[in-house]
Design a protein around this ligand. Structure first.
Ligand code: ADP
Ligand code: MG
Ligand code: MG
Length: 319
């Protein structure tokens, strides 16, 4: 129809999935195809949500938790592998990222329903249930066993990254030319924009969510940000984030935001949470030892710190 066949269009859809704001952008020959592709991505994300959500009582996660201290639970190869990778990340991060943090989620709630600070006793009682090394995996039988009653796992700090990777994988397989799956701040890209330019990702200014403090190019890779400005509660003038230090049982302090760059969104997601827990210095030190991973940390004094491979123009304090 006289249309230049080299010209592509890009379509972006914003929707709520996995309890977060997702933005799915695809580059396609025309709008109709773009919307079909977006629907395919959405279906894939919904499939994963059903599989791993802690809110869905029929999910495999809920079943594993329900049988804690009772018996092993047979899971899909997909969930089994996700747990294996989660345990590996727990090792790399000395337990700063730990899916068994979830036994603490009865006492720390970030949905606005907290009306008092937990007692020391309550924290002590919950934290004895935390420990990724306690999880019993049986690869042959594809079972997962949480050996103590009250133990619990949750994929809150890795699941969105995983979903982004899987949605991308699906669209790449369908030869979608380019796109961005932004899963509530955990995002992955492939290909280029319809203009053939590179995708760029803005790091949010934690002091003003509407502002970007730096733009960075992202080529065939992923970015995730954990910030203290999304989910938190205030108590006696202090701000507490939704990220729990599995070693102390208390919410992490000292950091405003952590942005991790790597090939997979899953790893970015998990490591952003881990660096938040580990704190600026040990977090950056750990990332400097990993191949293909970079990090930008904004601390409580609004100072920007970065791993050795990050190059950008603005490294001063923000205002
Ligand atoms: P976001 O949800 O904004 O992407 P994160 O990726 O950092 O932020 O995930 C935070 C969520 O992960 C929390 O809401 C909680 O469900 C879970 N979580 C909290 N602390 C930890 C931890 N130390 N290790 C693993 N998961 C955690
Ligand atoms: Mg995370
Ligand atoms: Mg996340």
């Amino acid at each position: 129809f006289g249309q230049n066949s080299n010209r592509h269009t890009s379509v972006k859809k914003v929707l709520k999935l996995m309890g977060s704001r997702f933005e799915i952008t695809v580059v396609a020959p025309n709008e109709e195809i773009a919307y079909v592709n977006i629907d395919e991505a959405v279906m894939e994300i919904k499939r994963i949500e059903k599989l791993i959500s802690s809110w869905d009582l029929d999910s495999e996660t809920s079943e594993i938790n329900r049988f804690a201290g009772i018996r092993p639970v047979k899971v899909s190869p997909e969930v089994f592998a996700l747990i294996e990778r989660s345990m590996k990340i727990a090792e790399i991060t000395s337990g700063a990222f730990d899916i068994t943090y979830a036994s603490m989620d009865k006492i720390w709630r970030f949905d606005g329903s907290m009306n008092r600070f937990p007692t020391e006793e309550e924290v002590k009682l919950s934290i004895v249930k935390v420990g990724h090394e306690k999880i019993k995996l049986n690869a042959k039988a594809s079972t997962v066993f949480l050996p103590e009653r009250g133990m619990k796992i949750g994929f809150g700090a890795i699941g969105k990254g995983y979903a982004a990777d899987k949605a991308k994988e699906l669209l790449v397989k369908k030869e979608v030319l380019g796109g961005v799956i932004n899963a509530g701040g955990d995002l992955t890209t492939w290909g280029t924009k319809e203009t053939k330019e590179r995708w760029t990702v803005g790091i949010t200014n934690p002091l003003d969510k509407e502002k970007v403090f730096s733009w960075l190019p992202v080529v065939e890779s992923s970015v995730a940000t954990s910030g203290n400005y999304e989910r938190f509660f205030h108590y006696e003038g202090k701000k507490y984030t939704h990220i729990i230090d599995p070693r102390t049982g208390y919410p992490t302090t000292g950091t405003r935001s952590v942005t991790v760059f790597a090939k997979k969104a899953e790893l970015c997601d998990a490591l952003a949470t881990a660096v938040f827990v580990m704190g600026r210095d040990s977090g950056i030190h750990m990332v400097n030892q990993l191949d293909g991973v970079e990090v930008v940390v904004i601390d409580d004094d609004n100072k920007v710190h970065k791993s050795s491979g990050i190059i950008f123009n603005k490294t001063e304090e923000m205002n």
